[in-house]
Design a protein around this ligand. Structure first.
Ligand code: MG
Length: 221
């Protein structure tokens, strides 16, 4: 059976934080808000608001914007896919993995339009065998069902093991482990405590790909 490697999208395959800052700069400009707004938006994002509608309710309240929160959120979802980039070396890394026999898929939480837009605009749609989006499937990481859907789309199952790579200790690492996968955590220095059970810890997805290459042919290791 071909080994399977699953990857998170945001801040794993793409640098969402960089795109978010560019969006914040545009947003501040469009709404004629001061440049200190950019840092405030970034800080609010870092504070980890789980749902963008709540995030935009806070933004609207602070700046007394006339637009409803859902409209600001809709505009955000339309713009973000155009701002997100995937580094060429990451696309090449995925191609190398597939060339050496891995099946590769993306497993991501988020709304269908935003996540699908990012996957298509960055070229990732063609760089992987499959993807599973919570906004389409109706189930979110860390639920094992989303990992299973990704494996099925790769023409395999999780029964033979496999790997999950991501930056979120709950959704990606605990979720991946619960689905029977080995895990590689991308530690971006943002998790307080950082208690984890990941098999490997790296700073960048390219390092995770190097580990996978070394494990080639023995996905159960
Ligand atoms: Mg992530």
């Amino acid at each position: 059976m071909q080994p399977i490697a699953l990857f998170d999208l945001d801040n794993t395959l793409v640098d969402l934080d960089e795109a978010f800052r560019r969006w914040a700069e545009e947003f501040a400009g469009e709404h004629r808000l001061g440049s200190e707004t950019i840092d405030w938006l970034v800080a609010l994002d870092r504070a980890g608001f789980p749902h963008r509608e709540l995030f935009f309710a806070k933004v609207r309240e602070r700046y007394t914007l006339p637009h409803p929160a859902w409209e600001l959120w809709r505009q955000y979802r339309r713009r973000m896919p155009q701002l997100v980039r995937c580094r060429p070396e990451v696309l090449e890394g995925l191609a190398e993995l597939r060339k050496s026999g891995w099946r590769v898929a993306i497993v991501t939480n988020g709304t269908a339009d935003n996540q699908l837009g990012k996957i298509q605009q960055t070229g990732l749609a063609e760089a992987v065998d499959a993807y599973a989006l919570s906004g389409i499937e109706g189930v979110r990481k860390p639920n094992a069902a989303l990992f299973q859907i990704a494996a099925q789309r790769c023409g395999t199952t999780l029964a033979g093991g496999g790997w999950m790579v991501g930056d979120n200790l709950t959704a990606d690492i605990a979720g991946g482990r619960a689905a029977g996968l080995r895990t590689i955590w991308i530690d971006r220095g943002l998790w307080p405590g950082g208690d984890h059970q990941a098999d490997h810890v790296v700073k960048d997805v390219l390092q995770a790909m190097e580990i996978l290459h070394r494990k080639k042919g023995d996905s159960s290791q």
